[in-house]
Design a protein. Sequence first.
Lengths: 185, 276
Amino acid sequence: MHKAVIIGGSAGSFRVITRILNALPKHYPVPVLLNLHRLKHVRSGFVEALSIKSGIPVVEPYDKDSVKPGIAYLAPSNYHMYIELNKKIALSTEEAVNHSRPSIDLSFETAAHTYNKSLLGIILSGANKDGAWGLKKIKDAGGTVIVQDPKECEVATMTETALKMTEADYIYSTQQIIDYLLKIK
Amino acid sequence: MSKYEIGIVDTRNVLQAIKETHGLDFKNHALTFFKRRLSYIVDKYNLKNAEALIDKLIHEPDFYELFLKEISIETTELFRDPSLWRHLMEKFLPGLLKNQTSFKIWFPEIASGEELYSLAILLNELGFLDKVQFVVGSISQLRLDDLKKGRFDLKKMEVNQANFKRIFSEAELEDYYRREGDQGYINRELLQNIELARQNTLYDQPPRSVKMIMWRNQMLYFNHILQERLLKSFCHCMMPGGHLIVGMNEKIDYWNSDKDYTLVGDNENIYKKRYS
């Protein structure tokens, strides 16, 4: 029933996302969209760092690339990443939203619009409020939402804000998130 | 994240109104981008809906100019992607410019001055600025006016500084501009040899004998039809062996495009026009 997974995270999410990617099998049945805040001048090292232990390929997409199953698409630094209705990625250098570019909210919102109830949205540890509004959009469109347990988060601002705005389907530890992701067929 | 959401039908109506009133055709801008941008503009200028937007676009020339400024998206900061600029500084430009007496560089759509200022500073540091003629275009007159004054936003100075320091160890960015309130103004000496040209959405009046085109992060906002059309026309106006630089996450990819352009270098998105 899930046709795509989208994950947002910021401070304290790197180790979590590394564990998640590490657990995914090669030929994972759906695309994994990643929007993780990072330092602006770190352009290329990040995708390599995520790739090392990942079970699936991690790429920074080019503008208008098609979204395919079994691949993790990392929002490139300093661009917004939209998921368009034709399941292609659109990048833009438009204004930062809530001081963020990439903006998790914008990726979540457009993915929600494209995948509706077949989208799984996950929000992880982070130090700002980006993503909370977008997670609500996923929920409103009929999608499923998971929030990393704030008790487990290195920085809980992002997950706590998300929980205030949206009734999460699941509040999970990293291990529970992995178990859930592995059930997707 | 706009409060007001413009629909597809609204978007088509806006396109139609602009075409009929002002003769500018946006139909090959990426539709979802254009639609999103319209919602943003409706929000920002406190308009009620698409009809209100259309009304202003038709009847208020000043607003139309603001609209064109909003629709041409800024390239955002000085020396965006420092690794590219460092490559241009250390390897690419010295080799390219060493034996040239004159060198024309075209920015088809400038959107914001930062790209031009960055390149001018870099050429100045290399001692090549005197050889270079810039031709700079935009669909927005307001953007060209800003450029003529050398204006840029000081809000991003922290990032600008950090980028600068990653490229130049000796030079100081402070030496290249002055402050007035919350605006920065780039030194006039950098912009001596520059020609400004208003463009339409087809950029169909390219300058002649261009040796390099800077066109980063502009293809993002066009569909494949317009991308291909522009890339072919750019190829045509360049001297054989001329170079086109596109954004980090853009690529030239149309049928037989490898007959027009070939990628040079590893991953810095510098294309070369093929001799043939």
